[in-house]
Design a protein around this ligand. Structure first.
Ligand code: KG4
Ligand code: ZN
Length: 349
């Protein structure tokens, strides 16, 4: 039998198998990560090699540098993940890998490693969307959480409102028409000379500041569930440049606080307004933002909605979330990928 025939047969068997052990791989941006996840919710290991310190000196992720560092790291990460999980390689039932969205060169490192592994072990290869992985991070953090629920997806690449109807059906309710909110946090941080990645830095600095500057999110989408953040980003950048050119001083903490208040107001207000479920879930790196979580938690309490967010280490990029998403794909009988699988810079939400 060919690899593809064996993989198909094993994939069918996994649909009915009680215990499914997945090795999952994530390399879409600047984190190389490999995890071992049992039955979609139990994380046996989740090793993450972050390249943040490498990219910090460039002020952001340099794609070519990211790809090279994934290549250097991935074999060691694999060994560590297997060792920490205390499993035998032969016990792995399937390999799940992020195939998009992300940096193509970076994704290809994970995808090719996953293909080689699946082929050598004669087990199914599952192609997982990074965004679906972020949503599944909540299944790891909250063992009782099941769809349907409403989701605010906020990361460096995406900003969207989604109705998660079941494990596989997602209805897009709204999304950004320009920048992703994480991108905006990073840009504002950069103009304030804060290190990359800027989101957590703004979050910290804002704690010392006051909401005194009138940075506002564009009004043009106020009656929709779409977002626009490029306007507020430009306002902050222009404000800082103007002050510098005139030699006037200002408080970076007040800028961080005012910007964060405006953006988190927009996200939380629209998420609550659009939420047509009894549960609201936040997903993606910006979901780690303390003010956003505070506002969502309070608003959900007022509206009688249950609020969920992943614990911090599953909020930002990691491969355990890919293992969780991959498990539910197997159970639904979708996602089996051929060895011709390639990386995609964009994937439909
Ligand atoms: O989900 P993620 O790790 O990668 C993508 O899929 O993009 O998200 C990364 C983004 C970055 O823009 C980072 O600055 C932002 O999440 N981020 C935050 C916080 N922690 C990470 N933004 C605001 N507040 C935070 N605490
Ligand atoms: Zn991500």
């Amino acid at each position: 039998m060919t690899y593809e025939e064996i993989a198909k047969q094993k994939f069918e068997e996994l649909k009915k198998k009680d215990d499914v052990l997945i090795l999952s791989i994530e390399s879409s941006c600047d984190e190389t990560s490999i995890a071992l996840v049992k039955n979609g919710r139990e994380v046996l290991s989740n090793i993450i090699a972050s390249q943040i310190d490498i990219h910090r000196r460039f002020g952001g992720v340099v794609p070519e540098v990211a790809s090279r560092n994934h290549i250097t790291a991935i074999s060691n990460i694999f060994d560590e993940a297997i060792k920490e999980a205390c499993v035998n390689i032969e016990d792995i039932d399937a390999v799940a890998v992020t195939y998009g969205a992300g940096l193509v060169g970076a994704l290809l490192v994970g995808v090719n490693f996953a293909k080689a592994l699946a082929y050598s072990l004669s087990i199914p290869l599952i192609a997982v969307s990074h965004v679906h992985g972020h949503i599944a991070a909540n299944y790891i953090s909250h063992k009782e959480l099941e769809p349907p629920f409403f989701c605010l997806m906020v990361s460096g690449g995406h900003t969207a409102l989604l109705e998660v109807q079941d494990y596989q059906n997602f209805h897009l309710v709204g999304s950004t028409v320009d920048d992703a909110v994480g991108e905006c946090f990073d840009k504002v941080a950069r103009v304030l000379s804060l290190p990359y990645p800027g989101g957590p830095e703004i979050d910290k600095l804002a704690l010392q500041g006051k909401n005194i500057y009138n940075f506002t999110v564009s009004n043009s989408l106020k009656d929709t569930f779409n977002f626009s953040f490029s306007g507020i980003k430009t306002s902050v950048v222009n404000f800082v440049h103007n002050k510098s050119q005139k030699g006037e001083s200002f408080s970076p903490a007040d800028v961080a606080c005012s910007f964060q208040e405006a953006v988190t107001d927009e996200l939380s207000t629209k998420a609550i307004k659009a939420c047509n479920q009894t549960k609201l879930v936040v997903a993606g790196g910006v979901g780690a933002n303390s003010r956003l979580k505070e506002k969502l938690q309070q608003a959900c309490k007022n509206e009688g909605i249950e609020f969920y967010s992943p614990v911090l280490r599953y909020c930002t990029d990691n491969s355990a979330m890919i293992g969780s998403a991959g498990y539910y794909m197997i159970k639904k009988g979708i996602g089996l990928a051929p060895l011709s699988l390639t990386a995609k810079p964009n994937v439909e939400l």
